[in-house]
Design a protein around this ligand. Structure first.
Ligand code: FMN
Length: 269
């Protein structure tokens, strides 16, 4: 009889535990989903959290990095755009907020905008981000909509008509607020540190894009005021790079054997 009661007690304990666990899972499930999926609100796009999602080694990404100027009509997936933005300037040190790209004295002079074309970024099957200009918030890992409309043509016009700016589904525009670095380092900050930092960011974009199967090209030829106008940048935000990104029509196929052949031919020549 006593055994009977204990088994009943055990059963109800297990049942209660199961019910409580299920309820907790139901409550916390949306939080978990936020880690993996984008949430598109009115003018804010919460990006999927950064994670290890490629199988490409850094040496392969370096080997296969090429400036790519021809793209298919495929969009950039939002989880991939999120990774590219994080690799560009996202936070990699939760204690101090240090970033994926190094910065002189951690002054972080750069601001990152994204120009997205019509059907340029795929959120999920059949759903795309609104075409427009967005600004990347590095600390919250989200995009804020600055203005709507497909402005790739206007951006290309400001970039001397470069076709790849017009045709890429997405372009990252990197701006520099020189004063943040110049106030600490003077002229050396203006002529050396800030341009160096733009290069670091650009290379991270190239490598992350390559590892994810995209192609990119850094574009430095444009009218600063024209680009500022298109992205509605603040007067102190000086455009430094436009980086169009898309799926390459011809992905680079270089192998390490090709490079060995190149080196051997020169050694024996
Ligand atoms: C500072 C800088 C500015 C550049 N500006 C442009 C540009 O305006 N348009 C363009 O098509 N490529 C531009 N490029 C890309 C170069 O043309 C490219 O890096 C070079 O041809 C070598 O090719 P690779 O990047 O595939 O190695 C630029 C590169 C750098 C580093």
């Amino acid at each position: 009889m006593r055994v009977h009661i204990n088994i009943n007690l055990l059963g109800s304990c297990v049942l209660t535990l199961l019910v409580v666990s299920y309820a907790a899972w139901l409550v916390f499930k949306p939080e978990v989903a936020r880690f993996e999926k984008a949430i598109v609100a009115d003018s804010v796009v919460y990006l999927p959290y950064p994670a290890r999602i490629t199988n490409m080694s850094v040496e392969e990404a370096i080997l296969l990095r090429r400036s790519i100027r021809e793209y298919t009509s495929d969009p950039v997936k939002i989880e991939h755009l999120a990774m590219i933005l994080w690799a560009a300037y996202g936070v990699t040190d939760p204690k101090w907020g240090f970033r994926a790209s190094p910065s002189a004295g951690a002054t972080y002079p750069l601001e990152v905008y994204v120009v997205i074309g019509e059907s340029g970024v795929l959120v999920r099957e059949g759903e795309y981000l609104k075409a427009g200009v967005y600004k990347y918030d590095v600390h919250k890992h989200l995009l804020t909509l600055i203005k709507t409309g497909d402005l790739r043509g206007d951006l290309a016009d400001a970039a001397l008509g470069q076709k790849w700016v017009r045709e890429a589904p997405v372009s990252i525009v990197v701006c520099a607020v020189f004063e943040r670095t110049v106030s600490r380092y003077g002229e050396r900050g203006r002529v050396r540190y800030v341009p160096m930092e733009v290069g670091h960011l650009g290379q991270n974009v190239y490598l992350m894009a390559t590892a994810l199967g995209y192609g990119a090209v850094v574009v430095g030829a444009f009218y600063d005021d024209g680009v500022q106008l298109v992205i509605s940048a603040k007067p102190e935000e000086i455009p430094m790079y436009i980086i169009p990104i898309g799926v390459p029509t011809k992905p680079p196929r270089t192998s390490f054997e090709d490079i060995w052949g190149y080196i051997e031919a020169r050694r024996s020549g």
